[in-house]
Every structure is written in C-alpha cells, then in structure tokens.
Design a protein around this ligand. Structure first.
Ligand SMILES: Cc1ncc(COP(=O)(O)O)c(C=O)c1O
Length: 409
C-alpha cells in the first residue's frame, strides 16, 4: 500500500534550481513551481514606476505566500472582492489596507468588512448599491463619515483580450446622478473602471480616461481618487504587449489633464501583471495519440484559461539531453473523463514527445492556480520554490534574457 511514495509527493523537493531537476524525480502528480523573486520584482516595478498607488487584485492569485511576498515588496493596499478575500488578507497581512472593489456586494459582507475588518473603501455602480453601503455602515442611526466611495463607470474592453465591459459599470447617462449621490455619502469620492484583462494597448486607458473626464464635467463634483483598475498585461505566445512604462506614461498624462484637484490620488489594481510570472506547472504526458497529448492537468486544474478561452501558454519539454526533433503543434487533453477537458493550443513541442515525458507550462501565476479544482479526483497542490527565470517576462530587461528558462514565444 505504501510502495508508491511518489504518489504522495515524497520524491519532490521543496526547493530546486529548475524544472528539469524536478522532472528527474518523476513526480506522479502535477507540480506547481513558484518563483518568489519574479513576484517581488513585479511588485517593486509597480511600486517604483506606477505614478500613484498600486493595490493588488487578490482574485488573480490568493496564495498566502504570494500575499506576503507582495507585502514585503511594498504593496500595502489590496483589492478584495468577497468576504472570503477580506478575511484572508486581514488574517495574513493585518496591517494591510483593504478596498472592497466588487460593485455588487452582500449587505452583510459590507457590514462585516466595515465594522470587523476596518474596510473603508467600497466600489459601486448603482444607487441601490449606494443605499446598501450606507445602511450597512450606519450605527445607532449615525451614518459613517469616513467612507471612500468609488463609482465604477462602464468603459470599453475593445483593446483587451478578456472583456469586463458587460457586467459592471454605470452607463454614461446615469453616472451624473450616481456621482452626485455618492458625493453626499462619501468622505472621499473616487471614479474607477476596468478596461478588461490583458489590455494590449495603453490606448485602452487613454480612452477610458476620456470617459472619466466626461463624467466629472457632466456631474460637476469634486473627485478625490481616480482608480484605473486592472488590465495591465503579461506576456504570452501571440500576445506581446508594449513595455509597461508606456502604459504608465499614458495613464499619467491623462490623469494630469483631468479636472481634479492637486490633492487627488491616482490608484491602480493590477492582478495579472503582478503574479503571472510567479508560477508555472510541470505536467506529465500519460498518452500520445497523433498530435494530441493526454496530460495530467487541464480544464478543471490550473489550465482553465487554456481550455475555456483558448489561451496559449508557453510550453517546453523537460528532457535531458534536449530533444533534437523539430517542433510541431500539439493539442492537450486534461485528465478528467470529460470531453470539455481539452486545450486546443497549438502548443509547440519537439515532434518526438511521448508518454512519460514531462512538460513545463509557463505563466500560470494569474488565474491559473487560483482556478484549480479536484473534480474527478484529480488535482495536486504540490509546490516547489525555484530560482530560475519565468518562461517569459515583462520585467527582465532584454539583455538579461539569457537565463535558461526563457523561451521564444
Ligand atoms: C475590480 C477588479 N480590479 C482588478 C482586477 C484585476 O484585473 P487584471 O488581472 O486584469 O489586472 C479585476 C479582475 O477581474 C477586477 O474585477
């Protein structure tokens, strides 16, 4: 019964130089590799270069280890979207400032966040939500006098890979009334938006800031905070964005030209850009059928985006010595008994890849590990800290890209 120690993960070390070393231990379950240095580097980049405050959008990857790395690297504010995230960050980082940026919240969640966890910043996109926030933060008939209320306005997601344009955001013709009403209830009034995830051009923010300008002019209210949300990209095959500095310059220029006071603040809420480079995954090929590889993680594991939205992640074969075969295009099947557990790719790997081989799938730190389930009895939380570079990076300067793990996308 106890013969297969590898099934229990006993062959996998807790730290290693790189993925090849781990694959040599022949792990039976998928192994998540984490790169604390990469997350710390991303956080320092935002802290030093974004011309305002950067708060981490916890939903992208709520790993407690990651939260501590970001905190140690200077991220003091956290965008939380649920009471679960409020409690998690309050427990892990008791000194952190939490901002509840989901525009539709349970009244009980607002109450607990305000009275038990000291949350003072809330977003909203309707009068109904404003009334909820006011009710939930009133005590003995006295309304809270210390709220920062951020009105989320609807902006386009046209320049982004994942739309966030349908569900949330007040429409332009209703923004005036909402901004006016929120101003009466707020100590500080903010305007926020989200341009969609993986915004492929800084113009996404320039266009959204024009919407902000129109809303401020129309409502004629004093605005204390402009929050440009998330959407900052990472780098994936077929998605190579401009340098993040270009995004920051565009945002800064637009912010400087808005009709807001000198004391107003600029915020952003990056999720993906802070954690995409943090994790990758080692999977094993269990079967090959022509150009289809059956691997041991998939749509219900860390590869949700590869399956459900056709996201192509970088891959590399972990074999020593390297295969000399030319690359060819493969698709993947995940381990469950479900046809939906399929990833079209194409994923480029040496043509001689076979059952028993190990593959590293890169750039899974954002919305990868966070989406894992144990459906069908699969899934593994085996994690190893590695010190090599992520397979792609927006933060490693071009002349440093000699590190062993960086692949051509
Ligand atoms: C309100 C809010 N802020 C920030 C983010 C993070 O977005 P991204 O990961 O694209 O940076 C999201 C993602 O859904 C969000 O809903």
């Amino acid at each position: 019964m106890h013969n297969d120690h590898r099934a229990l993960g006993l062959a996998v070390p807790s730290t290693a130089d790189n993925a090849v070393a781990i694959a040599k231990g022949a792990p039976v379950q998928p192994v998540t590799l984490v790169r604390p240095h990469a997350a710390a580097r991303a956080a320092r980049f935002f802290v030093e270069k974004f011309p305002g405050r950067s708060m981490y959008a916890v939903k992208a990857n709520p790993s407690p280890d990651l939260l501590h790395i970001l905190w140690d690297s200077g991220i003091t504010h956290y965008d939380v979207a649920s009471l679960g995230e409020v409690r998690l960050v309050a427990r892990e980082l008791p000194e952190a400032t939490l901002c509840f940026m989901h525009p539709v919240k349970a009244e009980e969640a607002i109450h607990q966040a305000y009275f038990e966890h000291g949350v003072r910043t809330f977003s909203l996109d309707s009068l109904e939500e404003l009334e909820k926030i006011v009710r939930a933060t009133t005590w003995n008939g006295v309304a809270a006098a210390d709220l920062t209320l951020c009105v989320r306005i609807r902006v386009s997601s046209d320049l982004s890979k994942l739309s966030l344009a349908s569900k949330f955001g007040v429409m332009p013709d209703e923004a005036k009334a909402l901004l006016f009403a929120a101003r009466q209830a707020a100590d500080a009034l903010g305007i926020c938006f989200h341009v969609g995830s993986q915004a492929m051009s800084p113009d996404a923010y320039a266009q959204a800031m024009e919407r902000v300008r129109a809303a401020i002019v129309e409502a004629a209210v004093t605005v204390d905070v402009i929050d440009v949300g998330g959407g900052f990209p990472s780098v994936y095959p077929g998605m190579e964005p401009q340098a993040l500095e270009r995004y920051f310059e565009t945002i800064h220029r637009a912010f400087e030209s808005l009709p807001v006071s000198y004391s107003s603040e600029l915020w952003c809420e990056p999720g993906r850009a802070l954690c995409a480079e943090y994790s990758s995954l080692i999977v094993r090929v269990e079967k090959r059928r022509g150009d289809e590889l059956f691997i041991n993680d998939g749509a219900y594991g860390a590869l949700f985006d590869a399956a459900h939205i056709g996201w192509r992640f970088p891959v590399r074969l972990l074999r020593e010595p390297d295969s000399r075969a030319k690359d060819m295009a493969f698709s993947f099947y995940g381990p469950t008994c479900d046809d939906l557990d399929h990833m079209t790719g194409p994923f480029l790997l040496p043509a001689d890849v076979q059952a028993g081989d190990y593959i590293e799938v890169g750039m899974l730190g954002a919305y990868g590990c966070a989406m894992r389930t144990t459906f069908n009895g699969f899934g593994s939380d085996q994690t190893v800290i590695v010190t090599d570079e992520p397979m792609a990076s927006l933060y490693v300067a071009a002349d440093e890209r000699v590190a062993s793990n960086v692949v051509t996308l």
